[in-house]
Design a binder for this molecule. Structure first.
Ligand SMILES: NC(=O)C1=CN([C@@H]2O[C@H](COP(=O)(O)OP(=O)(O)OC[C@H]3O[C@@H](n4cnc5c(N)ncnc54)[C@H](O)[C@@H]3O)[C@@H](O)[C@H]2O)[C@H](O)CC1
Ligand code: K
Length: 510
C-alpha cells in the first residue's frame, strides 16, 4: 500500500533522506523538477508550449528546475514568478539561477502572453507549504490559470494543486483544479481524500530519491491507500479440496416488514463474496420474501412480531451457534431494547460481527457494549450514522473524517468503516486506510447493505477484521466501478454492485 503523509511527516521523511541517504533538498528538487517536466511533456509532447508559474518556496523551485529541463528538451517555455523575489527560499533561488543561466529570466505573469487551448501551464505556486488562503498576486495568478483551464489549457500541478491543503484535502479559496498532479516522493493525505482527490485530477506519484526507509522515522498515524493487489491478496485462494464449510457460514440478522430487500441484498452479497453458507434470521413473513429471492439462502423464522429486543436473544444465540460471522442491522425492526439485545449478542456470540444501519443507531446510546464484545466488531456507518454514534454534526464528521474514524475505532476497540467518497477504514490499533475505488453511482438504496454482506463473508473466510474491512470496501467500490463502466452511473442499483462482484473475482483470478 502507498503511504499518504502530512506535510510534517513529509519534512521528517525529507530530513531522514538527507541525514541517512545524503539526498539533499537540492538533489530532491532536481529529481522533482525533472519528473515534473516529463509529466508536462507527456501532455502535449516536446514541441508543445509551456508556461511555468512559480511561487516563492520550494514548490516554485521545482517549477524552475522543470522549466530548465523542458528548455533543454527543446520546448518553448516561458516562466513567471509570483510574489516577492526577496521572499524566495534559498533552494528556489538556486533553481532560478540555474534557469537564468539557460537564458530565461522569470517575468511577472501579466507580462507574458496568454496560453492557448492545448498549451500546458505548470502550477508551481504552492505545494505542501500553503498555510493560508492565497491572496493578492497569488490569488490573481490562480484565477488566471483557472480561467485558462476553462478554454482548454492543461494544468500540471507540482506536488499539490495550488490552494489545496495537503494535510486535509480541503481547499482554500481560490484554488486550482489540475489535469495531472505530480506527487514528489510520497503521496500526501490531501491528495487521496475528498475534495482534494478530485482536484488533483490524474495523480502520478514519482520517486525523487526518498527511500521507503525514510518512512520509519515518521511519527504519527500514517494513512495508507488500499491498492488492488492488497485487496486481491487479502482474499484466500480457493483450494480444490475445500467444501462449503471451508468458507464459513454467516448469520444475517436483517429485514422487517417492507424491508425484506435489505436482508435479501445482504445475504446475496455474502454468497457473492465467497462465504459457503448464509442463514437469515428475520420475521417469518419477511423470510419468505427473502428465500424466494435467493434459493441458496437458509432461514431462521423469528415468530415474535415487533421490534428486536431481549425476547429475541435465545433464538438468535441458538442461530449464532457454529456460525463464522454475523451481520446485524440492515432493515431490522429497531426498538428501545434493540441496543441491549445487540450488546448481549456481542458479549456472548463466538464469532466476529458486522454492525450496520439500524444496529448502529441501536448501540449509539450505549457504546460501552462494543468493548465487551467477545470477538472483533466492524461498524460500517455513513456520515449521518457516524454523527449519531459520536454526538457530532454530520458536517463536523465530514470535516474531520480521518480523526473521527480513528478516534472512535481506538476508543471503542473496533474496526470503523466511515463510508462516503474515499471511505476511511480505522483499526482498533489506530491504523488508517483510505479506499480509492467507487463512484457516485453507488449512492443508491441498498449499496451499504451489499458492503456489510461482503464484510461478513470476508470475516467468515478467516480474514482478520481490519483487513476484511478495507478489502471489502475496495472490492465493493471496484464492483461498482465495473458495473458503472458497463451500465452507467445514473441507473446503478445495489443488486448491480452485488453482481459486479463476479467481475472483480474473475479479474482477480479468484
Ligand atoms: N518534502 C520533499 O520531499 C520535497 C519537497 N519539495 C517541494 O517543496 C514544496 C514545499 O515547499 P515549501 O517551501 O515548504 O512551501 P511551498 O513552496 O509550498 O509554499 C511557498 C511558501 O509560501 C508561503 N505561503 C504559504 N501560504 C501562503 C499564502 N497563502 N500566501 C503567500 N505565501 C504563502 C510559505 O511560507 C511557504 O514557505 C513541496 O510541495 C514540493 O513541491 C522539493 O522540491 C522536493 C522534495
Ligand atoms: K503546486
Amino acid at each position: 500500500m502507498q503511504s499518504a503523509l502530512t506535510a510534517a511527516q513529509m519534512r521528517q521523511a525529507e530530513q531522514a533522506g538527507d541525514d541517512q541517504l545524503g539526498m539533499s533538498s537540492a538533489l530532491l528538487m532536481e529529481n522533482a523538477g525533472r519528473a515534473l517536466a516529463d509529466a508536462a511533456r507527456s501532455v502535449v509532447g516536446p514541441q508543445g508550449r509551456f508556461l511555468v508559474v512559480c511561487g516563492p518556496g520550494n514548490n516554485g523551485g521545482d517549477g524552475f528546475v522543470a522549466a530548465r529541463f523542458l528548455l533543454e528538451g527543446g520546448a518553448r517555455v516561458s516562466v513567471a514568478l509570483v510574489g516577492d523575489k526577496s521572499r524566495m527560499s534559498a533552494e528556489a533561488q538556486r533553481a532560478m539561477k540555474g534557469l537564468v543561466s539557460f537564458g530565461i529570466a522569470p517575468q511577472p505573469l501579466e507580462a507574458l502572453s496568454r496560453p492557448r487551448a492545448g498549451d500546458v501551464v505548470v502550477d508551481a505556486i504552492f505545494g505542501t507549504g500553503l498555510n493560508r488562503a492565497p491572496a493578492g498576486p497569488f490569488a490573481e495568478a490562480i484565477f488566471r490559470i483557472y480561467r485558462w483551464r476553462r478554454i482548454g489549457v492543461k494544468v500540471v500541478a507540482a506536488d499539490v494543486p495550488s490552494g489545496l491543503q495537503s494535510d486535509t484535502g480541503e481547499a482554500f479559496l481560490p484554488y486550482l483544479e489540475a489535469d495531472i498532479t505530480v506527487s514528489f516522493g510520497f503521496l500526501k493525505r490531501g491528495q487521496v481524500v475528498e475534495p482534494g482527490a478530485s482536484l488533483c485530477g490524474e495523480l502520478r506519484r514519482v520517486d525523487i530519491g526518498l527511500s521507503p526507509v525514510a518512512l520509519q522515522v515518521v511519527t504519527g498515524p500514517v494513512l495508507r491507500v488500499v491498492e488492488e493487489a492488497d485487496a486481491r491478496e487479502a482474499l484466500p485462494a480457493r483450494r480444490s479440496d475445500s467444501h462449503k464449510g471451508t468458507y464459513g457460514h454467516v448469520l444475517v440478522v436483517a429485514g422487517s416488514r417492507g424491508k425484506s430487500g435489505a436482508a435479501a441484498l445482504v445475504s446475496r452479497a455474502v454468497l457473492r463474496s465467497g462465504a459457503g453458507l448464509v442463514s437469515v434470521a428475520t420475521r417469518g413473513d419477511v423470510l419468505d420474501a427473502v428465500l424466494a429471492h435467493s434459493p441458496e439462502v437458509m432461514g431462521i423464522p423469528m415468530e415474535r412480531a415487533g421490534a428486536l429486543g431481549s425476547a429475541d436473544l435465545n433464538i438468535l444465540l441458538e442461530a449464532a451457534e457454529e456460525k463464522d460471522a454475523l451481520v446485524i442491522g440492515p432493515g431490522i425492526p429497531r426498538g428501545p431494547e434493540t441496543g441491549k439485545l445487540i450488546g448481549e449478542l456481542l458479549e456472548r456470540v463466538d464469532a466476529p460481527v458486522v454492525l450496520d444501519a439500524d444496529a448502529l443507531n441501536a448501540v449509539a446510546s450505549d457504546l460501552a457494549v462494543l468493548r465487551r464484545a467477545k470477538k472483533p466488531v466492524i461498524l460500517t456507518p455513513h456520515p449521518g450514522e457516524m454523527a449519531r454514534l459520536t454526538g457530532r454534526s454530520t458536517k463536523e464528521v465530514q470535516a474531520n473524517r480521518l480523526e473521527v474514524a480513528r478516534g472512535f475505532a481506538t476508543q471503542h476497540g473496533v474496526t470503523l468503516v466511515l463510508k462516503g467518497s474515499r471511505t476511511i477504514i480505522a483499526s482498533p490499533d489506530g491504523e488508517l486506510f483510505v479506499n480509492p475505488t467507487g463512484n457516485a453511482g453507488m449512492a443508491t438504496a441498498g449499496a451499504g447493505d451489499v458492503l456489510s454482506g461482503i464484510c461478513g463473508a470476508f470475516l467468515a473466510q478467516g480474514i482478520r477484521a481490519p483487513d476484511a474491512a478495507w478489502a471489502a470496501v475496495y472490492a465493493h467500490g471496484l464492483a461498482g466501478d465495473l458495473a458503472a463502466a458497463r451500465r452507467g452511473k445514473v441507473g446503478l442499483m445495489a443488486s448491480d454492485i452485488a453482481e459486479g462482484l463476479c467481475d472483480v473475482w474473475t479479474r482477480w483470478g479468484r
